[in-house]
Design a protein around this ligand. Structure first.
Ligand code: HPA
Length: 248
């Protein structure tokens, strides 16, 4: 069977009825949750909610290393991550879905490499293209097949959180060339690269970023937008899973 990891973000803390649940240990500590296994045709899908099953772990406290490590232990060759973001570019309206191709890391103080632990090899991974081009293309094809419109490409600013940004920070991200802002793509994407796993992301614009909308950003509005948009994300992923083959 082909093996794929799915990391769910805000608004996607559960997938469905699992056939197995894996309570795995990692030398990097506790992963966010047990990993739920699903079978879709010839695909073995492993779902891990990044913020925990009860959505109790904030972005800066996620154990990204343990999460990537347990998916690696399960033998996945690729990972699709779902990330809620705030829209900066004019096309990035609430509810729109993006397949990003770039990121800028503004996070600090996170355990951001497997090379920090005794006995781990020091890796300087190549990271010019942080997202896997084959998975990105397949996601785009699946979106088209399912009739779901997506924005192809775009740069995410990865902020530290958990607070939302100031208006000046968002203007800086915009000047830096960012189209969206989120809190969870890093160090997750880099750790997947270090682990040798192909990684791509589906970003969901939950709100206009700070200072760009008509009203202050509210968590209630974010949750409402995400609950509607995740129906489309699930449809896109279901179409993607039907076609997925291992990334060698
Ligand atoms: N900023 C950072 N992360 C986010 C936002 C935002 O405005 N919306 C959803 N995740």
């Amino acid at each position: 069977m082909n093996r794929l990891g799915l990391i769910g973000g805000t608004g996607l803390d559960h997938w469905g009825h699992a056939v197995h649940s894996h309570a795995l240990q990692s030398k990097y500590g506790q992963p966010s949750a047990t990993v739920a296994e699903f079978h879709v045709g010839n695909l073995c899908l492993y779902f891990l909610p990044r913020h925990g099953g009860q959505h109790q772990i904030p972005p800066h406290a996620v154990n990204y290393r343990a999460n990537i490590d347990v998916l690696r232990q399960l033998g996945v060759t690729g990972i699709v991550a779902v990330n809620a973001v705030g829209g900066i570019g004019s096309a990035h309206v609430p509810g729109s879905i993006v397949i990003p191709d770039q990121l800028i890391d503004y996070t600090w103080g996170r355990e951001h490499s497997f090379s920090l632990v005794d006995g781990d090899e020091l890796l300087h991974v190549e990271f010019a293209e942080p997202f896997d081009s084959r998975i990105r293309k397949d996601l785009l094809r699946s979106a088209n097949a399912a009739g779901i419109s997506v924005i192809e490409g775009g740069c995410i600013a990865v902020a530290q959180g958990p607070r939302l940004e100031t208006a000046a920070e968002i203007l800086r991200f915009k000047r830096d060339g960012c189209d969206m802002v989120g809190m969870t793509s890093m160090p997750e994407a880099a750790l997947a690269r270090e682990a040798g796993l192909a990684y791509a992301s589906l970003c969901v614009n939950a709100n206009r970023a700070a200072g760009l909308g008509n009203e202050p950003v509210s968590m209630e509005a974010i949750e409402e937008t995400l609950s509607i948009a995740m129906v489309k994300v699930r449809g896109l992923l279901a179409s993607f899973f039907e076609e997925f083959e291992d990334v060698i």
